[in-house]
Design a protein around this ligand. Structure first.
Ligand SMILES: NC(=O)c1ccc[n+]([C@@H]2O[C@H](COP(=O)([O-])OP(=O)(O)OC[C@H]3O[C@@H](n4cnc5c(N)ncnc54)[C@H](OP(=O)(O)O)[C@@H]3O)[C@@H](O)[C@H]2O)c1
Length: 224
């Protein structure tokens, strides 16, 4: 039975990833923070793990919950922060820290404990970043803090590829589309089930996508 981890599985895209993999017979560990979300994950057949990615002991807690082998790790937890941030409206230090710590620092620290089990299984590491982090596609001023954080996360994905691919780990950065979730809002273009089915098709065929690449839910390359 293949073994997957979804970090940030309480709701939105992460819950849908966990739900779909569990329904297909995978053993899935999904992380959550609120007790009610842990219950919902268990009801969906997911091994629920309480984990705040910002906690100092998060890497240790995660390491203790993982087995020796991991076929797939999806780093999905993220926050958007204030949408009005732009050059004319710089972020507060607190907002900067919250967004950058959640979207960049936490993945950087957690990847360290995922590397061994992923290498043991020659598995796949997916970072759910965003086209909003594409430097070449940037064309609107708003959400600047989120964009900067996702650009940094894209670099983290590429750096993880450089470091982990010699050990046989496939690393991909993923853009889910603009999806109807709490973060994406009700006017977003894509249904979450469709987004996750698409991303799972990419992950199922991960070896045919260039490692260290950036792909959307339709399997199309996203420019960095
Ligand atoms: N929706 C879109 O259109 C879209 C587009 C591009 C990229 N993305 C990316 O896709 C990912 C998921 O987005 P979404 O739309 O599903 O967002 P969402 O509905 O707001 O869900 C965010 C998830 O991240 C978790 N999370 C946030 N901070 C955390 C922390 N400190 N510790 C542990 N978990 C934490 C949340 O857990 P709690 O429930 O405990 O808060 C929740 O599971 C994000 O990385 C986002 O940037 C989304």
């Amino acid at each position: 039975m293949p073994h997957a981890l979804v970090i940030g599985a309480s709701r939105g895209l992460g819950f849908e990833f966990a739900r779909q993999y569990a329904a297909d017979g995978w053993r899935v560990i999904g992380t959550y923070r609120a007790d009610a979300d842990g219950e919902r994950l268990r009801s969906a057949g997911v091994d629920a793990l309480a984990l705040d990615v910002l906690a100092e002991d998060a890497p240790k807690r995660l390491e203790a919950a993982l087995g020796a082998r991991l076929d797939l790790a999806i780093v999905n937890a993220g926050i958007h922060g204030p949408r009005q941030v732009r050059i004319a409206h710089p972020p507060s230090a607190a907002d900067f820290d919250a967004v950058m710590h959640t979207n960049v620092l936490a993945p950087m620290r957690l990847l360290a404990v995922l590397a061994g089990p992923l290498e043991a299984a020659k598995g796949t590491l997916a970072l759910v970043t965003s086209r909003m982090g594409s430097v070449s596609a940037a064309n609107t001023p708003n959400s600047l803090l989120y964009r900067v954080s996702k650009a940094a996360e894209n670099m983290l994905a590429k750096a993880a590829h450089v470091e982990l691919s010699p050990g046989g780990v496939r690393v991909l950065a993923l853009h889910p589309g603009w999806v109807r979730t709490d973060m994406g809002g009700p006017n977003a273009e894509v249904d979450r089930e469709e987004s996750i089915r698409g991303l799972r098709r990419v992950l199922a065929d991960a070896r045919s996508y260039p490692g260290g690449g950036f792909f959307d839910y339709r399997g199309e390359t996203v420019a960095w």
